[in-house]
Design a protein around this ligand. Sequence first.
Ligand SMILES: C[S@@+](CC[C@H](N)C(=O)[O-])C[C@H]1O[C@@H](n2cnc3c(N)ncnc32)[C@H](O)[C@@H]1O
Length: 203
Amino acid sequence: MDRKAHWETVYTTRAAHEVGWFQPRPETSLQLIARAGVERGEPLIDVGGGASLLVDRLLDAGYGDVSVLDISAAAIDVAYRRLGGWANRVHWLVEDAAKFEPLRQYALWHDRAVFHFLTDPAERAAYVMVAMKAVRPGGSLIVATFGPQGPEQCSGLPVVRYAPSDLDGQFSAGFERVESVEEIHTTPGGAAQQFVYCRFVRR
Ligand SMILES: C[S@@+](CC[C@H](N)C(=O)[O-])C[C@H]1O[C@@H](n2cnc3c(N)ncnc32)[C@H](O)[C@@H]1O
């Protein structure tokens, strides 16, 4: 099954709060976004946002220019319906992050558990090129992946696990890391998963 088909199946067969990566409140992401110091009117994008509640909390916090990108139209549909009347405040993009052609620049790019699916070095390089085009100079890039002690698979797909220094190597062409945070995520089924979050600044 190709990647898009995999994710369309996930979001049409499983409830958003049952998937392993579900977070009732994306606290670490919100803290990192707050520390990036983005003005409320500046553009933010959640890449591979899926049905995450991050967009809801960003709107609550007063961010007025929020985009959510995902390869799965079904995932976007879940988030769109959940937001009801607020959905039209968000820019929704059904795209593959590694092939995305940004039409504008963002002050902040957030990716939790998407980059780690890119097991092909050429795809990783393409993703980094997209991020370099999409993030304005001085803007922020937050990437969260499974850490070195994290699982070898996510949603049944193989992943690459990263320490912060490994992520530095991936993004060094255009970004400089300013901090990293480890999080032990508990899945709805009760499993503990090590995540590594890195916040970079675009040179
Ligand atoms: C593990 S989930 C994480 C979802 C969300 N970021 C969160 O933390 O709840 C991975 C998400 O990335 C999306 N995805 C996977 N590969 C992608 C790609 N190449 N481009 C865009 N989205 C992708 C999936 O559809 C899914 O919503």
